[in-house]
Design a protein. Structure first.
Length: 429
């Protein structure tokens, strides 16, 4: 999209589905990029660290959505006060202000959105999803206004630190989203719980990738950037207090590719937190409470992913042959196929006599990231169970780790690093 040319589909989205803050105008200003950050219960020193490594001279605006479900939240007010003290401020609306860098200063301009004052707090059920949508809708509008260049949206979190080359993404026309590599850095005393949690995330994605799932990518809000056109096509971030990253990517994957790439990772704080009901902070808390984390922490049995691999091969096969009767050849999978409701769904589509490519796209969209997760959990809970880290040696998609020191902690870190490289195409297992 060229500068100054409005995109009709994006304009339609902004008119019909965007949050009211998207109406904010920044006439006469020009940036190469925008960066959306939701901030809840954060301090200004942490927020400033998010972008401090980005290459000096990069032209970008940070859209910071300071939010809380508590009206007049003191920590939110303290955050804004810390960011605006002794700064040049333009009050755009009652709940939006622009902090502009002074002559000779480096770093971005900062657009602060107040979503915590009386009447503007965010419902707890909508949480980070709505906060992220507010910011992304503003970013989409600024691109449509010609204030921000390009056709790509960037979002991260207030506990992340972005690499120097963060904005230098190489995307193609088929790409719906770009997922950055990541590395959690734990607070003292939480190193092993953090390693195990990150290992579990990477293990799941590696299993999906090995099974040739179209949904094999991490779903971490602080690592996502996405196409403006496709963001508008799926009507933006879902307004959820948790899982907004998963559900957005699940929708985006049906419109294009989710690209994973190597390079410097986004550094994410590994801390105990209760900001959302599930997620990193809660998981670290649970692992930290175990008496013997390496012996007690468990993962889905690798056979769950073998079962998925066979199922996906079968699903691709029936998209070509389109048989009148469906059978996978495995009674357990056939039983689950019936539970999923695939048969009537498939039959309705088959009556339309689609080409193999159309049927494959249709089935891949239907058996999406959510159904994939449900499939894995079903076979974990009903058939295969879970395994400890020590029992992963024969897993087909796990790297062969030989730790001469026989140090369990070092072995966990080696596994984590190898899976990370496998997923982000830095080598192969």
């Amino acid at each position: 999209m060229s500068m100054g040319t409005q995109n009709e589909a994006v304009t339609k989205y902004l008119d019909r589905y965007a949050e009211v803050e998207a109406a904010i105008k920044l006439p006469g200003r020009q940036y190469d990029y925008s960066l959306v950050i939701p901030a809840f219960n954060e301090d200004h020193q942490s927020v400033l660290k998010v972008w401090q490594q980005i290459k000096p001279g990069t032209s970008f605006i940070v859209i910071l959505v300071v939010n809380s479900h508590v009206e007049e939240d003191h920590s939110a007010r303290m955050l804004i006060d810390g960011l605006t003290s002794h700064q040049q401020i333009s009050q755009l609306t009652d709940h939006a202000q622009l902090v502009e860098k002074t002559d000779g200063a480096t770093g971005p301009d900062l657009l602060i959105i107040d979503r915590f004052s009386r009447g503007y707090s965010i419902d707890k059920k909508q949480g980070v999803g709505l906060a992220r949508k507010v910011g992304m809708d503003i970013a989409a509008s600024l691109i449509n206004q010609g204030v921000v260049s390009g056709n790509w949206l960037f979002t991260t979190d207030a506990d992340a630190e972005l690499p120097e080359n963060y904005f230098n993404v190489e995307t193609g026309s088929a790409d719906a989203a770009f997922i950055y590599p990541f590395k959690h850095v734990a607070q003292p005393g939480l190193e092993l719980p953090m390693q195990l949690y990150e290992l579990s995330m990477l293990y799941y994605v590696a299993g999906l990738r090995w099974a040739n799932s179209p949904y094999a990518y991490p779903t971490i809000g602080s690592t996502i950037s996405c196409s403006l056109d496709r963001y508008a096509a799926v009507r933006g971030f879902p307004k959820r207090n948790t899982g907004e990253d998963f559900y957005l990517l699940n929708k985006l994957r049906k419109t294009g590719e989710i690209r994973l790439a190597g390079g410097d990772p986004i550094i994410i704080s590994g801390r105990i937190s209760d900001r959302v009901p599930i997620g990193t902070g809660q998981a670290i808390r649970a692992i930290h409470a175990l008496d013997s984390p390496i012996a007690e922490f468990t993962l889905e049995h690798p056979s769950c992913f073998s079962q998925l691999k066979r199922f996906l091969e079968w699903l691709n096969g029936i998209s070509v042959t389109q048989p009148g009767q469906l059978s996978t050849g495995d009674p357990n999978t056939d039983d689950y196929v019936r539970q999923m409701g695939l048969i009537p769904h498939y039959e309705r589509k088959r009556q339309q006599s689609p080409t193999p490519a159309v049927m494959r796209k249709h089935l891949n969209d239907w058996f999406d990231g959510l159904k994939t997760r449900q499939f894995i959990h079903h076979f974990r809970d009903q058939h295969f169970g879970r395994v400890t880290v020590a029992e992963l040696e024969s897993t087909p998609f796990m790297p062969d780790v030989k730790d001469e020191t026989h140090d369990p902690d070092a072995e966990v870190e080696t596994l984590r690093a190898s899976l990370h490289a496998f997923i982000y195409h830095q080598n192969t297992c």
